[in-house]
Design a binder for this molecule. Sequence first.
Ligand SMILES: Nc1ncnc2c1ncn2[C@@H]1O[C@H](COP(=O)(O)OP(=O)(O)OP(=O)(O)O)[C@@H](O)[C@H]1O
Ligand SMILES: [Mg+2]
Length: 224
Amino acid sequence: MIILKNIKKSYFIGERELSILKGINLRIHKGEFVILMGVSGSGKTTLMNIMGLLDTKTYGEFYFMDTRVEDLNDEALAGFRNRHIGFVFQQFFLLPYLNAIENVLIPIVYSDKEIRHPREKARQLLERFNLADRTHNRPAQLSGGEQQRVAIARALINDPDLILADEPTGALDSKTGGEIMELFRMLNEDGKTVLVVTHDPKLASYGKRLIRIEDGTISEDITT
Ligand SMILES: Nc1ncnc2c1ncn2[C@@H]1O[C@H](COP(=O)(O)OP(=O)(O)OP(=O)(O)O)[C@@H](O)[C@H]1O
Ligand SMILES: [Mg+2]
């Protein structure tokens, strides 16, 4: 699904090159559940944003679903993202003036994918995540864990193959965080490829593969 060959990412501050990713080699296959760990500043978000087609590499080869990413223009990239990837973030990023079901439906607007009966599908997703009685609540009326479950439902409405989650439990207490990880495990068992970034070692056991990144390089890659 994803092939990274010697991927590097640098920022240039004036003349000075700031090297963030220093030659990442990685393959992620369909059906995997990967936990990406590393301390703050090690490059987790940078790597995830490249894999999610939200950011570009400086160097190396990158294939997403057998397509060489640098051959895609902005429109094609957006299409790939909408069709294949569901994103989950630490801060949920729900729209405050929309209720739960309306938030779940947002990606439908931007998608060229044919989703039949989207509203019914959104309702089913919320029901599955124990939010059946919360469909008409706005984010401010929901707990953090509930907001994140709405955000995960939103990530799923377009039937993505890949779910990318950057610190999805970072704003939650550990019990609620564990519940969110359980949910990712369930989605993985349903066939979704899942990649979760965290710096919490207690959450590592939820995945089937653990990749550790240290200062822009992969220091450990174990399948459990
Ligand atoms: N646009 C940018 N310009 C310059 N430096 C950047 C930029 N974006 C990120 N960096 C730097 O790249 C490094 C890695 O950042 P990244 O966000 O990938 O880390 P992270 O592992 O996700 O950390 P955290 O756990 O705190 O989220 C950091 O030192 C950061 O300051
Ligand atoms: Mg980060």
